[in-house]
Write a protein that binds this ligand. Structure first.
Ligand SMILES: C[S@@+](CC[C@H](N)C(=O)[O-])C[C@H]1O[C@@H](n2cnc3c(N)ncnc32)[C@H](O)[C@@H]1O
Length: 221
């Protein structure tokens, strides 16, 4: 099945709200726990982490909580999502270590301060041009930076996508189920991501199919 891209930014307030209201507790906790397990050295010092496509801010908050020395820069191109993230972060004990940035990843510029890790969850499938993510990572992060990118992977057919939605989102609101279905159709396959990484000169990063609907790209630049 060919990929069917969806809009990049989730900038409709209702869509952002439905996403923020969904229960991603287990998924997001697992994301942070596995990231910590793979990159234990980030527990030391004051590392700077970048979360691309941070959405409503739950992952940046969890990262800052799990790594008490870390600073987290959380980037999203959607004003509606960042408004929700601002609300989530506001007043949290970790607030001073989290910076929210409204910017698309295509507009991210190189910087002088070293970035120790780039993470991203569920962003890649939104991109019309997947390589934009790898180019952004190369622009902002240098050798030695950890990379941890989790995303959906495209099933072999629309029917299989519908089965996955039925299996994992049965009780969710219609908006979320529709978004999930569209996201599965928009996702890349592990093979496509390997090709993107090779073209970007990032083939040192490993691509793994980590569940029936997810892929993980992880490694060190
Ligand atoms: C499915 S949400 C995931 C949010 C968050 N990472 C999480 O796991 O809860 C994808 C997010 O990526 C953002 N996004 C999509 N394309 C983007 C781009 N080109 N630059 C920056 N953010 C983008 C969307 O606005 C949305 O907030």
């Amino acid at each position: 099945m060919d990929r069917i891209p969806e809009p990049e930014l989730m900038d409709e307030p209702e869509q952002a709200r439905a996403y923020a209201d969904a229960d991603f507790e287990a998924v997001n906790a697992g994301f942070v726990a596995d990231f910590q397990r793979r990159f234990p050295a980030l527990a030391d010092g004051r590392p700077l982490l970048l979360d691309l496509g941070c959405g409503p801010g739950d992952i940046p908050l969890r990262l800052a909580r799990a790594l008490p020395g870390a600073r987290v820069e959380a980037v999203d191109g959607s004003g509606a999502m960042l408004a929700l993230a601002r609300r989530a972060v506001s007043g949290a004990p970790e607030e001073s270590r989290i910076t929210l940035v409204e910017r698309t990843l295509q507009a991210l510029e190189p910087r002088s301060e070293a970035i120790h890790a780039v993470v991203s969850n569920s962003l890649l499938h939104h991109l019309h041009h997947g390589p934009d993510l790898w180019e952004a990572i190369k622009r902002v992060a240098g050798p030695g930076a950890a990379v941890y990118v989790m995303d959906l992977r495209r099933p072999e057919s629309r029917e299989r996508a519908a089965e996955i939605v039925a299996e994992y989102a049965a009780g969710e609101p219609e908006q979320l189920r529709t978004d999930f279905h569209n996201s599965l159709l928009a996702a890349f396959t592990p093979e496509e991501v390997r090709t993107q990484l090779q073209a970007a000169g990032l083939d040192g990063l490993e691509v793994e199919a980590v569940s029936d609907r997810h892929l993980l790209v992880a490694g060190t630049l």
